[in-house]
Structure formats: C-alpha cells, structure tokens
Design a protein around this ligand. Structure first.
Ligand SMILES: Cc1cc2nc3c(=O)[nH]c(=O)nc-3n(C[C@H](O)[C@H](O)[C@H](O)COP(=O)(O)O)c2cc1C
Ligand code: SF4
Length: 729
C-alpha cells in the first residue's frame, strides 16, 4: 500500500506528509511536492541565478520533490514566453545542471515539466507561426469572455505576450506529431544529462497533448483521433519515447486534467482515469491530477488550472487513483491538514502545494518541527498568478520576498551599520505586524501599540467576508510573538505615549481614512461606513450613531458572551441574523464593496452596488476578480458601473446611471429602495498621526509610515511596505 506510513517515520505534526516515498527511481524524503509554477525569469530559455535561487530556496525549505515550471521542448516553437525554460538545444544543459545541483544539495529531488504549448504558444503567434492543434475549426468558444471584468491596462499587458498579434492555427500533420514526439525525447535526454531526476510530461491545461486527449478538441479520424486509443496515442508515444531514450533510472511523471468540463465532450474524471492507466502502461512512474476549463475566460480559470476552493480536485483525483498502481499526486488548494487527511485515507500518495509554497517555502520544515502554526498562509488572492498573464515573475501578497530582488535583506542588528534599537510600531494590522516581526527577528526590541482589543485592523474585519485574511492575521500575531515583539492592545497611541517609550524609530501603520460622500443624506443613521458596519457585526463600541435599542442589546449580549469577538462565529451566525435591512445599496464597487456585496447577498439581502468607475473590483488581481464577480452575480448582486451617488433619503438611494441605450453619454436618475446604505469607497492614506509623532519626537527619531496610512495598497501593499521598513530600521 503506497499510502502506508511506517511508524519509523512518524515525526512532526503531519506524519503522512512527512513520510518518505519511492516514485519510480526516485527516493523522496517526504510527500510534499512543489508543482510547476512559472517564474518567468529565464533569459531566452536559459536558467538564470534567479531561477536557481527560487528553487534552491524551496528545496532548503524541505519539500521532497520540485517540478520545474513548464519548459518548452521545441523552444521557441510551441513556447509560451521567451522567459520560460527551453529544453531544445544542448546550450540549456549547463544551467539545468546548476539548478539540479543546487536543489540536490538541499536533499530534494527535481523533475522538469516538459511541454509543447500547442494552441497557447504565444511565441509562435508573436513570430507569425501557426499554433498546432489537433483539429480545425476549433470548438465554439467565446473569445470575448476574457474581456469582461478585465481592465484595458490588463488587456494591453496580456497582448504584449503575442506582440499584439492574434493567433493562427494549423492542424498538426502526422509528420508534425512525429517531430513533437522526437522533441520530447531529445528534451528528456538533455534533462537527464543535466543530472535532473526526471520529467513531468504536461498533458493538461489546454496544451498540445491535452487537446489531443480531449474529445471536444480532437475530432480527427486518423491514428491520432477517432477513438480513445487514437486520442491517447500522442501521450503514449511521448511517454514511450522518453522511457526508451532515458531508461528505467529516469522518472517520468504525467500531469493531466482530471476534468475539463468547459466544453461538451470534454475530459471527465472517468476518462482521465483511463488515460492515466494508458500512460502508466506506457511507462509513467506517477500521475499528477490537475484540472482545466478549456474556455479560460473569466471565472473558468478558477475552475482549472487555478482553483479557488479548498481541495477542489479531490474527488477526481480519487477516481484516477483507483485506476492506477503508481503514486498519484493531488493538487488544488490543499493545505497541510487536508493533505494529511487525503494521504491518510488513501486519496492520493503525494500532495502538491503550489501557492502555499510560494507564500512560505519553509512549510515542510515547519511541519517537521511540529510548528504548523508558524506556516505563513497563502490567502488565495491570485496576485501571483495574475503576473503569468503577461509573462512577468510572480509576486506574493504575503511573502514580500517572492519575485522582488529589490527587497532589502533582513540583516541581523549588530552587523556593521545596523545598531540595535527600540522600535515602536503604532497599529497592529498586517503592515505594522510585518514590520514588527521582521525588525524583532533581526534583533531589535519592538513594541506594538494597537488601539483595538484585537490585532489585525481592517484585515481582521475583512475575514468576515474573506476568512483567509483572518488566518494571515493569526499567523502575523503568532510570528510577531515568537520573534519577541511586545504587543499592547487596547492602547491608543498619542505622541506623548510614544515619546514616553523612548523609541529609536517609530513605524506608523494606522491604516486608511474613510471619507463620507458629500451628498444630501450621507449622515443619515442607516448610512454605514465600514467602521460602523464593523461595530454592528462585532459589537465594538458604536458611539451614538447606532439605531435601535434592541440591536444594541443583542450586540451587547453577544459581546459579553464573547461571540462577536470570534469572527468565524459571527460569519456563521450572520447567516441566520444580522442587524442589516433586507435591501442594501453598497456605494463603491472596489475590492471591499464587491466582497461585502457577496457576503450580504449570500445572507439573503437584495444588494445593488454603485461604482462610479467603468470597472469593478480593480484592486483585486484579475483572476480573483473574475471569480468574485461571478459569485456575487450568481447570488443576485446588481452591479451598476459609471453610477454617481446623488442623495440618500430615509428609504431610497438616488443615483445617476448611464442611459440603458447607452447613447451620447446621456444619464438617467434612478431611485433604489434601501433599508441600509453601506459606504465602501472613499478610502485614502492618513499620515496625520505620523506627522504629530514626528513633531513631538523631533528630527533625531525617524518616523516611517507603512501600509494604507502611507499609500492604499491593501494586504499586498501593507506587507510589502512593512517588510521593507522592518528590514531597513
Ligand atoms: C504563478 C503560477 C504559475 C503556474 N505555472 C504552472 C506551470 O508552469 N505549469 C503547470 O502545470 N501549472 C502551473 N500552475 C498551476 C500549479 O502547478 C498548481 O496546479 C495550481 O497552482 C494549483 O495548486 P495550488 O492551489 O496549491 O496553488 C501555476 C500556478 C501558479 C500560481
Ligand atoms: S500571491 Fe496570494 S495566492 Fe499567490 S501565493 Fe501569495 S498569498 Fe497565495
């Protein structure tokens, strides 16, 4: 039984994940896999220092197996980008050797994801070559769907990948396919010569082999189509050719889609299982089950390949696992506890964690130390993968170092030029806590002053709608405490208080200021700012502005029982009751407004969102935006763009919106019934406290401003600026 764990290996907090496993010729120290994720930092296909550093860091963090990002076997033919690794000539071998050596030095194994990108070969389009596909015409699709909810800047950036050109396609001939098979075998031989442990044949995600496997894309009647055996032929020939060329001591993994449900006749889990069995019969050592949505526009992208729900591909992976007798790799937003569960009950043999290992490369080592609480959580924000759409290096909202060679190093204090000091951080949100934990980790004495009873600032509140933000706050708090930070909650910082602590440096991270729109009725009691709403739902002190003594009573009771301090419970209980009327108008269709709208609509409210810009949720990375807007609309939220708030009355919101016929910029006044109005816009930086502290302390004590107080950048901006200041002080 592949999933059995010998008691010899039970250690750390997650014994199944941490137990070793043999995959073909490879002995893996544990079952944690870094799946292929483009870094886009090669130089015309050649491995650079940045590539080596990235993967060596993940190997050092303890992962058992690393998969190098998708690499073009026939580069530049069938390549997506000039920045991806090439496998097409012997000149790539020295770079790959350096990479293999660096990873092996840390005890991990490494395979290279080998690919021909077929219809998604941006370099072919840029260089006026048609992209290879199994059949023409292509299946019906809606090429405009990607335009919806995507800004012009993003579309322009995406267009740079193909030099602004539109793709053309050619039906692959039998000779083309023989050439493709040969390219895979040659590429594998180079990977082997470089000292890598194997390759992962990419047979998913809409690339060439996948389109041959898919009955929707492959309508050929020759030997490479017609029936299941014909459609599997290209994959089988590639696996056999690699196995023949490289022999038994070279691992051959296959990644395929457990499902492609976007097209009628697409791959189903049962079909994927049969393809997996054919790949194993051809010589594959392991199967990696991902998923895809052929029509990638909008929300389809988060069906596959980038899932948004936890364990999104679990069931289809189990179907594949039941059909093969080699190890199966599960992927798809699997966090350690869930990975442990899946391994323990035999649902898979290895767990790939993609974004989670971008967010924290040290995850395996933390589990081995028995400290899962110190794993920095990925918050599922899609910031990293958004960069892929224009072939840039991924950056991470919670890991400021990913993809940012310009970030300063956290040099220990005591080194030349870095005397130890007392850093006072005002504000315990993500920016303040990141600055505090980094500074304390370097050896400074650090004190955090937080006005509220809880750390986390607006990020904590936003966990009502986005629970992972709460996980991040929990991690930041734990990591700060672990680093020795002294935290004083319930302490409002005044310039006098800060001065009394005799800081050597002050970091102000007090968050943004929110202004009310200057329209009649904006001060009515049912017009709630984000702060008011926070108070309503969490029972924080509301001052005089709250309606209804019964509501106050209920909130006070909740506060006394401790219910409202636990936002997870508030989230659950608010499905049954919350002090918000049936009809809600949200003013501002940015990140906050969109998340709130979905939260309220899910709880039975009729929600209209008024956004004065042309696009919604532009602060979200576009894949997340596509999903969030899809979900909100599915819950019935009515989004109105280019809508100007005119007035609020006790029962209505008055707005100006573009005419329904859209002619001549003409506008119409609409009156929307509203029991409550939520203000989700008008957010701006606020340096006032920093300036007052600066005046009180004088020029000898530097005052830094991080997070939204300096520039509104939400969690990503707060972590980045907090990290930078934490390294510099
Ligand atoms: C930045 C980024 C780049 C990716 N590039 C690739 C790739 O080159 N090849 C591939 O098969 N999948 C790629 N993926 C998909 C991942 O391998 C993985 O299947 C996906 O992120 C789901 O796993 P996760 O939820 O643990 O992140 C990429 C994902 C991300 C986030
Ligand atoms: S950018 Fe967001 S989704 Fe990507 S790894 Fe970081 S936290 Fe996770």
């Amino acid at each position: 039984m592949i999933s059995d764990v010998s008691s010899d290996f039970v250690r750390g907090s997650h014994p199944y994940l941490l137990s070793p496993l043999r995959v073909g010729p490879m002995e893996l120290r544990n079952r944690i896999v870094l799946p292929a994720m483009d870094q886009n930092v090669c130089d015309d296909g050649l491995v650079t220092d940045a590539v080596v550093d990235h993967y060596a860091r993940r190997a050092e963090g303890g992962a058992g197996l690393l998969v190098l990002e998708t690499s073009a076997v026939a580069f530049p033919h069938g390549a997506t980008a000039r920045h991806q690794p090439a496998l097409s000539h012997d000149g790539v071998i020295p770079g790959l050797t350096r990479l293999a050596d660096a990873v092996h030095a840390h005890g991990a194994r490494m395979v290279v994801q080998a690919n021909h990108h077929g219809r998604i070969s941006g370099v072919d389009t840029a260089e006026d070559r048609p992209s290879l596909v199994p059949s023409l015409p292509l299946p019906d699709s809606d090429p405009m769907s990607i335009m919806v909810d995507t800004t012009m800047d993003e579309l322009m950036a995406m267009a740079t990948l193909t030099g602004g050109k539109m793709p053309t396609y050619a039906e692959a001939t039998v000779d083309d396919l023989a050439w493709v098979v040969e390219q895979f075998a040659d590429a594998a031989a180079r990977v082997q010569a470089a000292g890598m442990d194997g390759i992962e044949v990419h047979a998913g995600h809409g690339y060439l082999i996948d389109t041959f496997l898919s009955p929707a894309w492959n309508r050929r009647t020759d030997a490479y189509g017609g029936d299941e055996e014909g459609r599997a032929r290209l994959l089988v020939e590639v696996v056999e050719a690699v196995r023949t060329r490289c022999g038994p001591d070279f691992a051959v993994l296959v990644r395929l889609n457990g499902r492609d449900a976007a097209l009628p006749g697409g791959i189903t889990p049962d079909l994927a299982a049969r393809y997996a069995a054919r790949a194993v019969a051809a010589g594959a050592d392991a199967i990696h089950v991902s998923a895809y949505s052929s029509i990638t526009g909008g929300a389809g992208f988060t069906e596959g390949p980038l899932p948004w729900r936890e364990c999104q591909y679990e069931e289809m992976t189990r179907t594949v696992k039941a059909a093969v007798d080699v190890p199966v790799i599960a992927v798809g937003r699997i966090r350690p506890d869930e990975g442990e569960r899946i391994l323990a009950d035999g649902g898979a043999d290895l767990i790939a964690m993609g974004r989670q290992l971008l967010a924290d490369p040290d995850l395996p080592n933390r589990l081995a130390e028995g400290r899962p609480d110190l794993v920095r959580p990925c918050i599922n924000c899609f910031v990293c993968v958004a960069q892929n759409f224009w072939s840039a290096a991924p950056v991470c909202a919670v890991n400021a170092r990913l993809g940012r060679p310009d970030q300063p190093e956290p040099v220990p204090v005591g080194d030349p030029g870095h005397p130890a000091g007392h850093i006072v951080v005002v504000g315990g949100g993500p920016g303040g806590l990141e600055a505090a934990r980094v500074a304390a980790g370097r050896g400074h004495r650090v004190t955090v002053l937080e006005k509220a009873d809880h750390l986390g600032g607006t990020a904590r509140f936003s966990s009502l709608t986005t629970p992972m933000n709460g996980e991040l706050v929990r991690w930041l708090s734990t990591a700060a405490t672990e680093a020795g930070v002294e935290v004083r909650t319930g302490t409002a910082a005044t310039p006098e208080l800060v001065a009394s602590l005799a800081p050597t440096t002050v970091v102000v991270a007090t968050g943004a200021v929110r202004t009310r729109p200057d329209v009649p009725g904006a001060e009515l009691p049912h017009v709630l700012s984000g702060d008011d709403l926070r108070g309503l739902l969490t029972g924080e002190d509301l001052g005089d502005r709250r309606p209804g003594p019964l509501v106050r009573l209920a909130l006070a009771a909740g506060r006394n029982l401790g219910i409202t301090a636990d936002l997870g419970r508030v989230r659950t209980l608010s499905r049954r009751w919350m002090p918000i009327g049936r009809r809600v108008v949200v003013v501002g269709g940015g990140l906050v407004g969109t998340e709130l709208a979905e939260f309220l609509a899910e709880r039975g409210r009729t929600v209209t969102v008024l956004e004065d810009g042309t696009h919604l949720a532009v602060e979200m990375a576009h894949p997340r935006r596509w999903r969030a807007l899809h979900e909100a609309r599915a819950h019935g939220v009515d989004f109105r763009t280019e809508a100007r708030l005119v007035a609020v009355t006790p029962t209505e919101v008055v707005a100006e919106v573009p005419d329904a016929d859209g002619g001549d910029g003409a506008r119409t006044e609409v009156r929307l019934p509203a029991d409550d109005v939520l203000l989700a816009g008008g957010v701006g930086p606020d340096r006032s406290l920093a300036e007052a502290i600066g005046r009180a302390l004088g020029p000898d004590v530097p005052v830094h401003v991080v997070g939204d107080a300096g520039e509104v950048g939400y969690i990503e901006g707060a972590i980045r600026s907090g990290h930078e200041v934490g390294c510099r002080v």
